[in-house]
Design a protein around this ligand. Structure first.
Ligand code: SF4
Length: 308
């Protein structure tokens, strides 16, 4: 789809946009189901990249707790709990620029097998990977590889200078070629223009096929990061972005991700109506807060949504 067409979709009257997005959603998904993933920060902080939104970068001055790679036993306990809470997928996130072929990589492979033993899907976000590493991850049973494109190709240099948008696209191709499903989306509210958001959606839609899972984050400004003073975006902009993504990329799960805990139940309900059908379940994302499992249970019950 041409970017001009995406712009037309984005700019239509809001209620019409939500109505159309919901109609598209109903054609491709069970209307009352929501996919739930639990994120485990298996290695926190100390990353050498300079992503300006990220509290885990050493180039930012945030007070994030640095910890080296978790033990497999810790992942076992957290995955068991995620299963008990109703998650269908566990995402393992490590603050690395790239995966190295050290004993840590062997530990990650063991973590993947451990999560799989609970009959859960596994996703990893580990930074750049080589073809050989991707093959080994896939052989260990990794279902999804997450690597967000974050923003538009045009805006990417304003957000990160230590790697490029094309580096990210290349990693996604490596993961796909190894047989893994892709999880890739972005962050809105980093000071980008609406055109940047449209371009990001366009880039995701251009992938053949688009990622199976698309996280849409709204920036949670963290003290000490370069974006700490950026104003939060309104819920309406978030809803427009989700609805447009749903219409342009009808068959992917869209995850209402970071920033969700600042929304009211009503705001979240509109995001679901606009086509979001996935959430992170658990009190914490990588370093930002999330709505509690109890609050999510209550919300899903009010809305008549079932986790899958
Ligand atoms: S987003 Fe990832 S690559 Fe960028 S600084 Fe944070 S951990 Fe490093």
């Amino acid at each position: 789809m041409e970017i001009e067409k995406i712009e037309e979709i984005y700019n239509q009257p809001l209620l019409e946009l939500i109505y159309k997005a919901h109609s598209v959603h109903l054609q491709h998904f069970n209307k009352n189901e929501i996919q739930a993933s639990t994120l485990i920060n298996i290695k926190s902080g100390g990353c050498k990249e300079d992503c300006s939104y990220c509290s885990q970068s050493i180039k930012n001055n945030s007070k994030v707790k640095i910890h080296k790679l978790m033990e497999v036993t810790e992942v076992y306990a957290l995955a068991k709990n995620a299963k008990k809470n109703g998650a269908s997928r566990v995402c393992l996130g490590a603050a690395w620029r790239e995966v190295r072929n050290t004993s840590d990589f062997e530990t990650i492979l063991e973590m993947i097998r451990t999560v799989k033993s609970f009959d859960l899907q596994v996703c990893c976000t580990l930074g750049f990977i080589t073809k050989e590493q991707a093959d080994r991850l896939a052989d260990a049973g990794l279902d999804y590889y997450n690597h967000n494109i974050e923003t538009s190709k045009e805006n990417y240099p304003n957000i990160v200078s230590t790697h490029t948008f094309d580096d990210r696209i290349n990693t996604l191709e490596i993961a796909r070629n190894a047989g893994m499903s892709l999880c890739s989306g972005g962050i809105i509210g980093m000071g980008e223009s609406i055109q940047d958001r449209l371009s990001m959606i366009h880039s995701l839609a251009q992938m053949t096929p688009p990622p199976d899972s698309i996280p849409i984050n709204s920036l949670v400004p963290i003290e000490g990061t370069k974006l700490e003073d950026v104003n939060s975006i309104s819920v309406w902009e978030l809803i427009r972005t989700i609805a447009t993504t749903r219409i342009v990329i009808p068959q992917s799960h869209i995850r209402l991700s970071a920033g969700r805990e600042r929304l009211s139940t009503e705001g979240q309900a509109l995001c679901f109506l606009a086509g979001a059908n996935s959430i992170f379940l658990g009190e914490k994302l990588l370093t930002s807060p999330n709505q509690s499992v109890e609050e999510d249970r209550e919300m899903l019950q009010i809305l008549g949504l079932n986790m899958n």
